[in-house]
Design a protein around this ligand. Structure first.
Ligand SMILES: [Zn+2]
Length: 430
């Protein structure tokens, strides 16, 4: 098959040329931030360096990290490096755990974002003749807007439906002949559930062939379920409001997550010490935006744990490859001395026959000690079969196999757990 790229030159650049480009852009960026923004000027000066100190890519290690706390302290526009007048679009995170993170964009930033999203969606397989149902929530959140910009740049038709009103999603999908769906992975499963309730077979009665999913962590097992249920290829997108939104990392047809590293420079660090790790190790992802104007992020600590490799992919792209997110250091739980990530529990549950995709991890605090249990909905047919204690035991043993930890599992009637139209809440505290 003839390999197709959105931007052949950038996506197949040699590693040597890529590093040269990154270094040139980094030098320019540090000088720019240092001279235009008082926060960056102060932070860089405190390290007793100047922009001229950045001579090689490795010199990035001399620069200070940027944290979510810095962004909150300078809320909303303290980190902007251009006149406010040059900003034409603003987004923000939901701010559920404090002040929201603000993402301002100049016209060039908006163009860059559209370009990065077009590159990402094209690599997924989206083409001009596709019809993309955009079921991410519109509003301050970056998701829906990024997918819209990229798909329109490719020339695809975008259905700007947003999230929610799930019965209508199903009707529109059928009437308009949507071929691609963009939303959170958990919401795609809820749409499938509602389609089934309406008497449809999701894999047969729709024209859907492609899914562009992100904004929450999901396991490979969950991917398989989504692909089978809808009869589509499901692709992962990784992004952050602090960097640009979606468009930083996305999958090629071989489901390798390529980093758009000509614009977003990736590093891996030890989350405890901040020490830079060689690619190939597991560590916390750190990103530097090499070309953004309004708010350039220099060494932003994502708290997301992953690994990175530099190898040419079967697809021919040379852009470095990131693993799926192995967990967020924020989501990490320590239960009886064992480190537990919610994604590990999801992987275990998806091995159990008759399990649905709806589950909840319940954290209970007694004194200073946390314990865990899991509530899970069997599928309708498995629920009707009865003998649910066998079902629970099987789930417990799968979790034990992965975590070496006994976590009690309770099955609850189908359709008990509240469905989400955006990010699913998998961990609750009681
Ligand atoms: Zn690839």
């Amino acid at each position: 098959m003839q390999q197709e790229y959105w931007d052949h030159k950038s996506e197949t650049i040699s590693l040597h040329e890529l590093k040269e480009l990154q270094c040139k852009r980094l030098q320019k960026l540090v000088k720019y931030a240092y001279t235009t923004n008082t926060f960056y000027h102060k932070k860089i000066s405190e390290k007793k360096i100047k922009p001229e100190s950045i001579k090689t890519l490795k010199d990035i290690e001399k620069l200070p990290f940027l944290t979510k706390q810095d962004l909150r302290s300078y809320y909303p526009f303290g980190l902007v490096c251009t006149p406010l007048d040059d900003i034409i679009e603003v987004h923000a995170s939901s701010g559920t755990t404090g002040k929201p993170v603000v993402g301002p964009y100049t016209r060039n930033d908006v163009d860059l974002w559209g370009e990065m999203m077009a590159r990402s969606l094209f690599a997924n397989g989206l083409r001009k003749n596709d019809i993309l149902q955009n079921a991410y929530g519109y509003g301050l959140f970056t998701g829906a807007h990024g997918f819209e910009k990229g798909a329109q740049k490719i020339g695809a038709m975008v259905i700007t439906i947003g999230s929610g009103n799930t019965e209508r999603q199903v009707d529109i999908m059928r009437d308009f002949g949507s071929t691609a769906l963009a939303c959170t992975p958990s919401y795609s499963l809820h749409i499938a559930e509602v389609a089934e309730e309406k008497g449809f077979n999701p894999s047969k009665d729709f024209k859907l062939r492609l899914g562009a999913f992100g904004a929450e962590s999901w396991s490979e097992e969950m991917r398989k379920n989504i692909e089978e249920r809808w009869g589509i290829a499901a692709h992962e997108h990784y992004g952050l409001t602090e960097i640009i939104g979606p468009g930083i990392v996305s999958e090629c047809e071989y489901k390798k997550l390529h980093i758009n590293a000509d614009h977003f420079y990736p590093e891996l660090i030890d989350p405890k010490t901040g020490e830079v790790l060689e690619f190939g190790n597991d560590g916390e992802l750190v990103f530097t935006t090499l070309t953004k104007e309004a708010f350039p992020a220099i060494r932003f600590r994502t708290k997301d744990l992953a690994s990175i490799t530099e190898e040419t992919c079967e697809c021919g792209r040379t852009l470095p490859i990131q693993s799926r997110i192995k967990g967020r250091s924020d989501d990490m739980m320590k239960i009886k001395g064992v480190i537990v990530f919610p994604s590990q529990i999801e992987s275990a549950l998806m091995q159990v026959p008759g399990v649905s995709d709806n589950y909840q991890i319940v954290k209970t605090k007694q004194g200073d000690i946390y314990s865990l249990s899991v509530e899970i909905e069997p599928s309708d047919s498995r629920y009707k079969e009865g003998h649910l204690d066998d079902f629970e035991k099987k789930a417990e043993s799968e979790i034990y196999r992965i975590l070496n930890l006994h976590v009690p599992v309770h099955s609850i009637p189908p359709k008990t757990i509240p469905r989400s139209t955006g990010k699913a809440k998998r961990v609750i505290e009681r």
